[in-house]
Design a protein around this ligand. Structure first.
Ligand SMILES: Cc1ncc(COP(=O)(O)O)c(C=O)c1O
Length: 437
C-alpha cells in the first residue's frame, strides 16, 4: 500500500452513502488483471471491469509505461491553438474503428464532459446550417448521460435530477424501453419498437424543425442494461432523418468492444451523427472522454466558421491531455494486439448463458443482457426500492465479487480478458449471495 490511510473524513465520495461507508469502509489497495485486493487483504474478482472501464484488466504495464514515458517527455501542453503528436495519433486511431464516417474526434476528460460537448456540437451544427431555431433536445426516461447540467437534463434517472432545479430548458423525454412482456429476454427483446415513435410525436407536437438532437444510449447501461427492442434504433434513425434531427449515441459504456464490435452502432447497424465515448478509451487508466462526429457535422461547422477565426468556442484545459492520449494509444494497441473485441464477441453466448442461469433464484425478477453486459434485477426488500441493492453492494464485496449495483439491479460486465472459469466464478459467487435473500 503506497499511501497510509490515516483518516476517512475528508474525502467526499461520489454516488455513495458517505456516513454509512465511513462506518464500514471498503478500500481497494491493488488491482491486477481480473482481481482487486481490499485493505483487509481479501481478493475480489472484477465482474464489472471497474466501472465498465477496463476490458483489458487492471493496471496493465503497457499503459503505465506509455504514460510514464509521455509524462517525462511532455507532461502538459494546452490544446488551445497548439497540438502534440499523441493527440493527433489517438484521434486517427479512433477514427479507424468508429462507425461510418464518424472520423473527427473532440477530446474531453470524462463521459459527462463528452455529453456536454456532443450536445453543444449539435446546437452549433444547426446554427451553421441556418437552422438556429432547432434548440430542443430529446433524451429518454431512465437514460444516464452523466452528471453535468445538460447531461442530467437529457438523462432520465430521477435521483440524479430531482434536487437540482430545472436543468436546461426545452428537453423532452422518450419513454424508457423496459416492458413487462420482455422480462428475461436474452439479447434484443421482441416488443417495443413502437416506443421509438415517441420521437415522431414530439415532431408532431413541437415541430420537427425545432428539435436539434436526440440522444440515447444504444443499450442503456447504468440503469441496468436496457437492450433496445428489435427495430427500435433503426426507427429512431429514420425519424431523425425525416426531420433533420441529429442522432447522438452515448457510447460511454457500449464503446470499445462491449457489444462485440468496436461500437454499438456497428452491432446494431445504425450510424449516429455524433457519438460519445470515455471509460474504456484508456482502459480506465487515465480520465478521458471523446466525441466522434461525422464528416458532415465537422465540415459544416468548420466551413461555416470564419477563415482565421475559431469555429467552436468550447474546450477544456485538459482536452487531449498528453498522459491521457498516451494511455489511449496504449489501450487501443492492447485491444488490437489481443483481439479483445473479437474475444468479447466470442464470449457473449457463454457469458449470457451463465447470467441467465440465475433465473431460478427466487429473488430474481428479471435478467437482461447483450454482448458482455447484463443486469440481474432483485425483488425490492420490504417494498423499499434500493434497500436490497444497498445490502447487495456490501454482501457481494464481502463474498469477493466486485460489481455495480443500481437500485436493485446488479450490473455485470466482465473484462474481455476473462476466461470461462472466471465468469463461472463471478456468477457462482453472485448466486451464493442472492440465494440467501
Ligand atoms: C452512457 C453514459 N454517459 C455518460 C456517463 C458519464 O461518464 P463520467 O462518469 O465519466 O462523467 C456515463 C457514466 O457511467 C455513462 O454510462
Amino acid at each position: 500500500m503506497r499511501y497510509p490511510t490515516n483518516d476517512l473524513e475528508n474525502f467526499w465520495l461520489p454516488f455513495t452513502a458517505n456516513k454509512d461507508f465511513k462506518r464500514d469502509p471498503r478500500l481497494v489497495v491493488e488491482g491486477k488483471g481480473l482481481y482487486y485486493t481490499s485493505h483487509e487483504g481479501h481478493e475480489l474478482i472484477d465482474a464489472v471491469s471497474g466501472l465498465f472501464c477496463s476490458p483489458a484488466g487492471q493496471s496493465r504495464p503497457e499503459i503505465a509505461e506509455a504514460v510514464h514515458e509521455q509524462m517525462l517527455e511532455l507532461a502538459y501542453i494546452p490544446s488551445f491553438n497548439h497540438g502534440h503528436p499523441a493527440a493527433f495519433e489517438l484521434a486517427r486511431q479512433i477514427s479507424r474503428i468508429t462507425p461510418g464516417d464518424l472520423d473527427y474526434v473532440f477530446f474531453a476528460n470524462s463521459g459527462s464532459e463528452a455529453v456536454e460537448t456532443a450536445l453543444k456540437i449539435a446546437l452549433l451544427y444547426h446554427r451553421a446550417t441556418g437552422e438556429g431555431q432547432r434548440m430542443r433536445l430529446v433524451g429518454r426516461e431512465r437514460g444516464y448521460h452523466g452528471v453535468n447540467f445538460a447531461g442530467f437534463s437529457v438523462g432520465g434517472m430521477v435521483r440524479n435530477r430531482e434536487m437540482y432545479g430545472l436543468g436546461v430548458p426545452g428537453v423532452v423525454h422518450l419513454r424508457h424501453t423496459w416492458l413487462e412482456e420482455n422480462r428475461f429476454s436474452k439479447g434484443q427483446p421482441e416488443n417495443g419498437v413502437e416506443l421509438a415513435d415517441d420521437l415522431q410525436r414530439f415532431c408532431d407536437l413541437h415541430g420537427g424543425d425545432t428539435i436539434a438532437a436526440c440522444i440515447v444510449e444504444p443499450v442503456a447501461g447504468s440503469i441496468g442494461c436496457y437492450v433496445p427492442p428489435k427495430g427500435y434504433l433503426e426507427r429512431l434513425r429514420e425519424i431523425c432523418d425525416a426531420n433533420g434531427i441529429l442522432l447522438i449515441f452515448d457510447e460511454v459504456i457500449t464503446g470499445f468492444g462491449r457489444m462485440g464490435t468496436a461500437f454499438a452502432g456497428q452491432r446494431f447497424g445504425v450510424e449516429p451523427d455524433i457519438m460519445t465515448m470515455a471509460k474504456a478509451l484508456t482502459n480506465g487508466a487515465i480520465p478521458m472522454g471523446g466525441v466522434a462526429v461525422s464528416d458532415k457535422v465537422y465540415k459544416t461547422i468548420t466551413e461555416a466558421g470564419p477563415e482565421k477565426g475559431i469555429e467552436f468556442y468550447h474546450g477544456y484545459t485538459y482536452t487531449a491531455h498528453p498522459a491521457a492520449c498516451a494511455a489511449g494509444i496504449a489501450a487501443l494497441g492492447i485491444y488490437e494486439r489481443e483481439g479483445l473485441f473479437d474475444k468479447s464477441a466470442a464470449m457473449e453466448d457463454f457469458f449470457l448463458d451463465q447470467v441467465f442461469s440465475l433465473q431460478d433464484v427466487g429473488v430474481v425478477t428479471d435478467i437482461r443482457g447483450i454482448g458482455m453486459l447484463a443486469a440481474v434485477d432483485l425483488a425490492a426488500q420490504d417494498g423499499t426500492p434500493g434497500a436490497r441493492g444497498a445490502g447487495a453492494v456490501k454482501d457481494l464485496y464481502k463474498a469477493g465479487v466486485f460489481t455495480k449495483v443500481t437500485g436493485d439491479s446488479i450490473l455485470i460486465a466482465p473484462p474481455f480478458v476473462s476466461e470461462e472459469k472466471d465468469i463461472e466464478r463471478m456468477i457462482g459467487t453472485i448466486r451464493d449471495v442472492i440465494s440467501a435473500y
